[in-house]
Ligand binder design. Structure first.
Ligand code: ARG
Length: 273
């Protein structure tokens, strides 16, 4: 088993869960009648930020906006590659104002923001992996947006069809383990159409395969720095497989955010310079 995996320090953008709540249902995890423990949510989120900082990562924060309870899911705000920001256009009307709030942060931080013409939910559905951007569709981000992403970045976009409403964003079913042209991934095959499964098997023959239990525990909604994998504690089988591949799981429990259909990666936007 390799034990020489080298972490790369990351710059993350996050949004404090000051106004986090489940007030509407736009995915099967959300039940507005189930109460969210706001104090617990804040504590869990703070533990995630501490874990990032303890592992040498830089964390920037966007000011949360009252009335936007899903704004905590920073990953949906954009895809940032080489300092270029491809912004968001949300599927659900309830989330549409988030795009402008994030755009304000990006502009103040010195970035121009491209506004997509089609529905596109940022890193929720757009995952840079090696030579490609993997792009989910089926529930949120559209194939038209995939074309805009390819045109904007000039990077080949691989469209992947999501088929299970529980895994409505690509980042609930797949994450990237490392950098570089030969980057590897972990994923849950049954979240994808048969053809998309075949594409993933061809492109990533050594991928780490997750179980349904791992996926339902939000284990694929993880963040890797190339060595440490910040991962939901319920994804036990997946964590074991990662250890055998030389990665170091760092368990972080975001159970309150799962009530909104989100986990670690959903709360984390990567700023790639
Ligand atoms: N409630 C949010 C929604 O349904 C959760 C977003 C999760 N974000 C993510 N990157 N998967 O839009």
């Amino acid at each position: 088993m390799p034990d020489n995996r080298v972490p790369r320090p990351r710059r993350f953008l996050v949004c404090e869960p000051r106004h986090f709540a489940v007030q509407y249902a736009i995915n099967p995890w959300m039940h507005p009648d189930t109460p969210v423990d706001v104090d617990l949510a804040r504590g869990q989120w703070a533990a995630l930020i501490s874990a990032y900082r303890a592992h040498g990562h830089t964390v920037d924060s966007v000011e949360p906006v009252a009335g936007l309870p899903d704004m905590v899911f920073a990953a949906n705000s954009a895809l940032v590659l080489a300092g270029r920001v491809f912004g968001s256009r949300f599927h659900a009307p309830q989330r549409r104002p988030e795009s402008a709030a994030y755009e304000t942060w990006f502009k103040a931080a010195g970035f121009d923001v491209y506004r997509p013409e089609s529905v596109c939910e940022g890193e929720g559905d757009l995952v840079p992996a090696g030579r490609y951007v993997l792009a989910g569709t089926g529930f949120r981000t559209t194939p038209e947006a995939h074309r805009e992403v390819q045109e904007f970045f000039g990077v080949p976009v691989i469209g992947l069809q999501l088929v299970d409403p529980r895994f409505y964003h690509l980042d609930t079913a797949l994450f990237v383990l490392d950098d570089g042209p030969e980057a590897n991934i972990a994923y849950y095959p049954e979240a994808f159409s048969p053809g998309s499964r075949e594409v993933l098997a061809r492109l990533f023959p050594d991928a780490v395969i997750a179980t349904r239990e791992d996926a339902l525990a939000f284990g694929l909604n993880s963040v890797s720095d190339g060595r440490h994998v910040f991962i939901a504690p319920g994804a036990e089988a997946l964590a074991g497989r990662l250890v055998r591949r030389g990665y170091v799981p760092v368990p972080v429990d975001l159970s309150e955010f799962q009530k909104a259909g989100g986990g670690i990666k959903c709360c984390t936007q990567e700023i790639r310079s």
